[in-house]
Design a protein around this ligand. Structure first.
Ligand SMILES: NC(=O)c1ccc[n+]([C@@H]2O[C@H](COP(=O)([O-])OP(=O)(O)OC[C@H]3O[C@@H](n4cnc5c(N)ncnc54)[C@H](OP(=O)(O)O)[C@@H]3O)[C@@H](O)[C@H]2O)c1
Length: 319
């Protein structure tokens, strides 16, 4: 089958397009999916660069991409909730295989039926980014109606879902983005306040003891510097648990009532079905910045790695 893959860790130049082996026969609880679209997340280039090689080891060839949407073409004997021909979406967190191939084999537990009110390409943009923000805000920080939430990196993949999930829970949202995205935040996402981080001393206007939750989904805030803006029992959550500031933040939070939390997203069909329902109820919209053809996957990475993507980018592999 055709695929985008790499045979050594490195920059975009290691990506190849060609043929790899078809997936082996599906096991009892697995389904075989004809992938229509995959989407790209920063995790995918971190894996390709070898930043996580302590977890991924040196097994090659390796396909790229975590998210997928597509159609079930075969299923194991114990798969009762999904039918052949059904459209599904999800993300792979196995760290040893990606979604940039014509077919993938996945366990039924990570799957959800795709939303019926958006096209199958948009569905591929949802799973990893939306589940990160769902698990961070809902499961870890236990967001409640009336909470004040500050979201840093609000215009990226995880950020756009974070704003919408916070709004579903009746929270008041302050976004932090560059000037490029301020109007998008105010006009499309209806955030209550939008802060432009490119302005000098932009965080000086934040009020102390103001926020129930500060969600850093870009990964450059530090608990020690931002904690005074949290209420006395507020929570700081980061999507980057492994950098030095996070390790320090975790340590210093021991001496504070304010909590330091970090999210490591888990692929899970039950959580994804909740997000799918919100999409079908039009409480969550999916924003696609660019769509790439399979042969242009390198260009998709070039764009993603500028860290300027508004929302998500997707890659089409099969019609
Ligand atoms: N731990 C986990 O399980 C987990 C899961 C998902 C993601 N992550 C991590 O979370 C981070 C964000 O992921 P993502 O998918 O949202 O990334 P993304 O889509 O690539 O983020 C792009 C956005 O970042 C914004 N940005 C760039 N520089 C910024 C800055 N200095 N301050 C604030 N925002 C800035 C850009 O907005 P402007 O152009 O307006 O600056 C752009 O809209 C990545 O490091 C990713 O690896 C971790």
């Amino acid at each position: 089958m055709k695929a985008i893959y790499y045979e050594k860790y490195g920059n975009i130049s290691v990506l190849k397009q060609g043929e790899i082996d078809d997936p082996k026969k599906v096991l009892d609880k697995e389904v075989l999916i004809k992938v229509n679209f995959f989407s790209l997340n920063p995790l995918d280039y971190k894996l390709r660069n070898g930043m996580l090689k302590l977890m991924t080891f040196r097994t090659f060839p390796r396909t790229t991409g975590s998210d997928f949407s597509g159609e079930i073409v075969a299923k194991g004997e114990s798969v009762n909730n999904f039918e052949i021909g059904e459209k599904v979406f999800g993300f792979l967190s196995q760290l040893n295989e990606g979604t940039s191939s014509q077919f993938i084999k996945v366990n039924q537990s990570i799957l959800s039926k795709a939303p019926t009110n958006i096209d199958i390409g948009k569905a591929a943009a949802v799973p990893l980014a939306a589940l990160t923000s769902y698990q961070a805000l809902v499961q870890l920080a236990k967001i409640k109606k009336g909470n004040k939430v500050l979201i840093n990196g609000a215009s990226g993949g995880t950020g756009i879902f974070a704003i919408q999930i916070a709004k579903i829970f009746g929270a008041k949202v302050t976004s932090i983005t560059s000037h490029r995205n301020i109007n998008w935040m105010l006009d499309t996402f209806l955030v209550d306040e939008a802060i432009d981080y490119t302005k000098e001393n932009s965080l000086n206007n934040l009020r102390k003891n103001e926020y129930d939750i500060i969600y850093d989904c870009y990964g450059n805030l530090s608990f020690n510097k931002i904690k005074d803006f949290l209420k006395s029992d507020g929570s700081f959550i980061t999507t980057d648990p492994f950098r030095l500031e996070s390790i320090a933040g975790r340590f210093f939070s021991i001496f504070s009532n304010r909590k330091f939390l970090s999210v490591v997203v888990k692929s899970n069909g039950i959580d994804l079905s909740i997000v799918r329902d919100w999409i079908e109820e039009e409480k969550i919209k999916v924003f696609i910045d660019k769509i790439f053809n399979f042969i242009d996957t390198s260009k998709a990475y070039e764009y993603l790695e500028t860290q300027r993507v508004k929302g998500k980018i997707i890659v089409q592999i099969n019609e």
